[in-house]
Each structure stands twice: as C-alpha cells, then as structure tokens.
Design a protein. Structure first.
Length: 131
C-alpha cells in the first residue's frame, strides 16, 4: 500500500505541474492577445478621436469667438452700471481708506456706502473703518 500511495502522490504532483505549466502558457497567450487587441483598438480609435476633435474645433471656434466678442460688448454696456469710483479728497474726503466705501454708479445714482448713501457732509465719518 505504501508504493500505491507514493505512485498516487507522484501522479498528482505531475498533474499539478502540468496544470501549472498549462495555466502559465494560457496566461502568456492571453496577455499577447490582449496586447494585440489594444494595439488594434488604438490604431482604429486614434484617427476617429482626431477627426472628432477637428470637427469640434471647427464647430466651436466661431462660437467661442462670438462669445468673447459678446462678453466684451456686455462689459462695455455694463461699465456705467458697475463703474467703481474711488473717493477723492475733494469729493468724499471722509471716505478715503474706509472699508465701507462702495463708490459705484447705478444709472444716474452714485452710492457712497450703505450707512451714508450720499456721503457725509463733514471731513470725518463716525462709521469709518480702515481697509
């Protein structure tokens, strides 16, 4: 019985080694196949991607140019509304360096700050805070 178990053990070892070699060979073949597939896909997809990019560039470039031009036109149109003026010593001397100074024009109205929309009539402001 001892010889039989040794024979079975030797047979199983041989089967295991052959199975391991078969699996290794299969993995190598699979790796090579996947590499070939990847190369084929790259060769096929790359020209398509370039063509799509070129088409999108041709389609979107004029739109981007028009949007930039429109943005500049809007800025020019809105500049009187969003124009910020900085306090001058002769106009708003109490506001020079104040963190609350707003100094924007809205249509015909000029807003100095939230506490004193038209400015203070004196040379100092009770709400003045440094920037």
């Amino acid at each position: 019985m001892n010889d039989f178990s040794k024979d079975v053990q030797a047979f199983l070892q041989q089967v295991f080694l052959q199975s391991e070699q078969l699996i290794d060979a299969s993995v190598d073949v699979l790796d090579q196949t996947l590499i070939q597939i990847e190369q084929g896909v790259d060769e096929y997809v790359e020209p398509l991607v370039k063509e799509i990019e070129q088409g999108l560039d041709e389609l979107l470039d004029p739109i981007v140019v028009e949007l930039v031009a429109f943005e500049h036109e809007l800025e020019e149109l809105a500049s009187p509304l969003t124009q910020r003026l900085y306090p001058l010593f002769d106009q708003q001397p109490a506001c020079v360096g104040c963190r609350h100074y707003h100094g924007k024009t809205y249509g015909e109205a000029f807003l100095v700050c939230g506490m004193h929309p038209y400015g203070v009539p004196t040379d100092s402001c009770p709400d003045w805070e440094s920037c």
